[in-house]
Design a protein around this ligand. Structure first.
Ligand SMILES: Cc1cc2nc3c(=O)[nH]c(=O)nc-3n(C[C@H](O)[C@H](O)[C@H](O)COP(=O)(O)OP(=O)(O)OC[C@H]3O[C@@H](n4cnc5c(N)ncnc54)[C@H](O)[C@@H]3O)c2cc1C
Length: 371
């Protein structure tokens, strides 16, 4: 029996795996995909992530990839309104191609076993009895299971977790462009969605748009949809003219912001598996890493025999809700505004006229900054 089975090797899963392995526990990660690979994400790593990266001890390895530092955020609305705000600390632009592979190497170096190409189909058990995890290569028993499979996964279904009540009308795409752009993150609103552009390593920039499924259907392809968006927003058109697409599009459907919660049938959920903040907030990666940091102390106490399952359940749930509930609510509001062009235009203008309001709103979606 392993101590911890981590289902999903994204940021949250690899972080908790590395921390538990470093603390001396036997850890196995089951990841459906492989490393390195492109993953849908805006790839804006917010300043709040730095504390977690420092704690993990991977900062130097990340800096070796020369990720651009991003100090400013620019929001533009259809019709031309713009607003610029200084970020409360430096963010990084780093691709998931690099970041996930780097964290997988780190988890292995700490002693975790990372199984790739190994999708989990079922989880059964409790913290009192132990768990059985069924996956592509058979079954593994574990004292604890950490759910880190992202927004949706087969285990949601087999665990009887909240299912989507209706198909979400939002889809997202991303691709890399070759070409150098300023070290800012731009968010360009267009009727039916918004598009983020930000620099990543190796002289590329990421273009990631999120929009309504019916608009994509009307346009016919991701490229045509992007062109329609650029026709509606001259700032986006100018940005896209600065580079040439050099990767295929990655896609994701069903971008839903439901909060499912940090525990279900005694499986401790981290990252998007517990809840996803609106992509517009650019904070999902920091929150995924932060959730692993919140789980690590009570999980270590349980595995060391210093705490009972009931303590883990209570402590993790309390810490998680204290850290994230308010941010998730604000994130949903910001997301709703972005999908209403008239409101987005009015809010962009108001924020430009009232910088303290902009800073205040911005802070509502954020976590603590590194000291
Ligand atoms: C359009 C869009 C743009 C975004 N932009 C940003 C941004 O700029 N900045 C930011 O901070 N956040 C952004 N986010 C959010 C961010 O991508 C997520 O919050 C973050 O990736 C969550 O990490 P995670 O570890 O929880 O999940 P993931 O990174 O999704 O990892 C989950 C892993 O689980 C694996 N998996 C799934 N099912 C199974 C299974 N059954 N068995 C085994 N493995 C499985 C997957 O292959 C995957 O590797 C964006 C999100 C979207 C949708």
């Amino acid at each position: 029996m392993t101590d911890v089975a981590v289902v999903g090797g994204g940021l949250a899963g690899l972080s908790i795996a590395a921390q538990m392995a470093q603390a001396g526990h036997a850890v196995e990660v089951f990841e459906a995909g492989t490393y390195p690979r492109h993953k849908l994400c805006g790839e804006f790593l917010s300043p709040e992530a730095q504390a977690s990266l420092n704690r993990l001890g991977v900062r130097e390895k990340l800096e070796a990839h020369n990720p651009p530092r991003i100090d400013e955020s620019v929001v533009t609305a259809p019709g031309g309104a713009t607003d610029t705000v200084a970020l409360p600390g430096a963010a990084w632009g780093i691709s998931r191609y690099v970041l996930d592979a780097l964290l997988a190497d780190h988890a292995r170096a700490m002693g975790a076993t990372v199984h790739t190409g190994c999708r989990v189909s079922d989880i059964e058990g409790t913290l009192d009895t132990g768990f059985a995890v069924t996956h592509a290569r058979g079954a593994t028993t574990a004292r604890v299971v950490v759910g880190a499979w992202g927004k949706h996964g087969i285990p949601d279904r087999t665990l009887g977790r909240t299912e989507l009540t209706q198909p979400d009308p939002v889809v997202a795409f991303k691709a890399h462009y070759e070409g150098v752009i300023p070290d800012v993150i731009d968010i360009h609103a267009f009727p039916g969605g918004y598009c983020g552009c930000s620099p990543v390593e190796e002289g590329r920039f990421n273009v990631c748009w999120i929009g309504r499924r019916d608009r994509l259907k009307e346009a016919g392809s991701p490229e045509a949809m992007l062109q329609t968006a650029a026709d509606a927003n001259p700032h986006l058109a100018a940005r896209l003219s600065q580079g040439t697409r050099c990767t295929d599009f990655c896609a994701v459907s069903q971008v839903t912001l439901d909060t499912k919660g940090p525990l279900h049938q005694d499986v401790c959920m981290v990252g998007d598996t517990a809840a996803m903040i609106a992509p517009l907030c650019g904070d999902g990666m920091a929150m995924a890493l932060h959730a692993a940091d919140l789980l690590a102390p009570p999980l270590h106490a349980l595995l060391s025999g210093r705490a009972a399952p009931a303590t883990l359940r209570t402590q993790y749930a309390t810490r998680w809700h204290d850290a994230f509930d308010r941010r998730l609510q604000w994130g949903r509001l910001v997301h709703a505004i972005a999908f209403r062009p008239g409101v987005a235009r009015a809010v962009t203008k108001a924020l430009r006229l009232l910088p303290p309001l902009h800073r205040w709103m911005f802070r509502q979606t954020r976590g603590p900054l590194p000291a």
